[in-house]
Design a binder for this molecule. Structure first.
Ligand code: EPU
Length: 435
């Protein structure tokens, strides 16, 4: 029962990390496959019958949730080796994604577009809000409606159906990642051409489109804000390798800078981290790239403060906001971060302040007063990236940090403690009593 809350004599226990800070990091770290690319690609296996071989699928809790969802819908999944899976689609046995799985992971809603493409009707539980924001799905629904679906929301479920999905023009009022992915997947087999204007341009969407094109879809404008999807009759599954996780890479880059690291980070696509790289270069960090491997050169005491605003890609990613905040806390000077993507993504601030940071939040802006002396404390991860920021602060802190509720971290970082241990960090996983 690794990593699940369990009860013994009415005490609740859950996995946590115990970190003893201050250890210099040295060695190699390999970046895993991208969670946020793997999730929509796995959902995409619902579109067409056949055998899919997916490589570089990360071992994560969210991926296991997606597997369960696919199995509930009738797909068969087999692990071929460590990160390679066979997904067999012999036809869907249901068009319904139930609340119990959707509530544990919002990305479950990404099955709606593929089910619609396949069966022309789908019933998917509404995901509801989460810790970082309300996260509605109105843009997804607007897209399905434009493609000709009738939408009904009843008893907490969205039901959509159409006699035929028909290609059309869709303008997204905001370049939502999930809505772009869902609409693309619904449109690949629609009749005629769909154009998505103001589409999200994240590398994970590019990966999804490349995956769909590898099966015979006709998507143009990949990687731009205008996607043109010419519907096709049939898609033929095959083999596909998922891109490396740019957010995990960014997290290890911050760890390296913080810990005066001599780390080689393997399997990084720096072209997916351009804005992050430029901001760190503005601070004084230097990068050396060699064949997908990366070394970082920086002296913490010489780095300069910056102002950053999170934006849709190619802007600075919200998923690297919390990690950067730890770095900005550790250097000299006053920095500023504006969070524009999610309305409640500063929950790590109070925990970082408990560890010695001096961060003030006013609305969506955080002012980070630098030169914090981090000291170990007992803290709680409130979401995935907040949890990652606490691990980073703990690596730097004097003494012992206990991070509770790391199931959030397990959703998105493959074998984080093993990778950090290999680099020389003192981090271990323990069952901790829930307070
Ligand atoms: N939004 C709406 N209506 C919609 C869709 C989105 O108002 O119909 C709003 C959201 O509430 C949010 C903003 O638009 O404020 C951005 O949401 P988006 O749809 O772009 O994000 P997402 O698809 O829900 C993905 C990632 C997130 C990442 C965001 C932004 C996956 C599975 N999740 O979420 O990843 O933060 O894009 O880049 O791809 C994470 O990995 O920690 C994570 C949260």
């Amino acid at each position: 029962m690794k990593n699940e809350i369990w009860k013994e004599n009415c005490h609740m226990y859950v996995d946590g990390f115990v970190v003893n800070g201050g250890k210099r990091l040295k060695g190699k770290a390999r970046i895993s496959g991208s969670k946020n690319a793997a999730l929509p690609i796995l959902a995409g296996t619902l579109i067409a019958k056949g055998e899919y071989i997916l490589e570089n699928v990360p071992e994560l809790k969210d991926i296991r949730t997606m597997f369960k969802l696919l199995e509930n819908l009738g797909l068969e999944i087999e692990k071929l080796d460590e990160n390679t899976y066979k997904v067999l689609n012999k036809g869907l046995k249901s068009s319904e994604a139930k609340y119990d799985l959707v509530k544990t992971m919002r990305a479950s809603f990404l099955v709606m577009g593929p089910i619609l493409a396949n069966l022309k009707n789908a019933k998917v539980s509404l995901p509801g809000g989460c810790a970082i924001g309300a996260r509605p799905v109105n843009y997804h629904l607007k897209g399905f409606e434009a493609l000709g679906c009738k939408i009904k929301i009843e008893h907490g479920y969205v039901e959509a159906e159409a006699d035929e999905l028909i290609g059309t023009g869709i303008y997204l009022d905001f370049p939502s990642v999930g809505a772009t992915e869902n609409i693309v997947m619904a449109a690949v087999k629609a009749k005629g051409k769909t154009v998505i204007e103001n589409a999200a341009q994240e590398p994970e969407i590019e990966d999804l489109c490349n995956f769909l094109n590898s099966m015979g879809a006709k998507i143009e404008g990949i990687g731009t804000s205008r996607l043109e999807i010419e519907g096709v009759e049939e898609l033929i599954p095959g083999r596909y390798r998922i891109i490396p996780d740019r957010i995990e890479a960014g997290t290890f880059i911050v760890a390296s800078v913080l810990m005066d690291g001599d780390i080689e980070i393997e399997d990084v696509k720096m072209e997916h981290l351009e804005s992050f790289k430029l901001k760190l270069e503005e601070m004084g960090v230097k990068f050396e790239e060699n064949n997908g491997n990366l070394k970082i050169k920086a002296k913490l005491s010489e780095l300069k403060p910056i102002k950053v605003k999170t934006m849709p890609y190619p802007g600075y990613p919200t998923d690297l906001q919390a990690q950067l905040m730890v770095l900005l806390s550790a250097i000299n000077g006053v920095s500023e971060i504006k969070e524009t993507i999610f309305e409640n993504r500063f929950m790590h601030v109070s925990e970082l302040n408990r560890m010695g940071a001096n961060i003030e939040v006013d609305g969506n802006t955080a002012v980070i007063n630098g030169k914090a002396e981090f000291s170990g404390a007992e803290v709680m991860a409130s979401d995935l990236r907040a949890g990652a920021s606490m691990v980073l602060a703990a690596l730097l802190a004097q003494g012992e940090t206990i991070i509770n509720r790391i199931y959030h971290i397990d959703r998105g970082y493959e074998k984080l403690e093993d990778k950090l241990k290999k680099l020389g960090a003192d981090i271990k996983r323990e069952k901790l009593e829930v307070v």
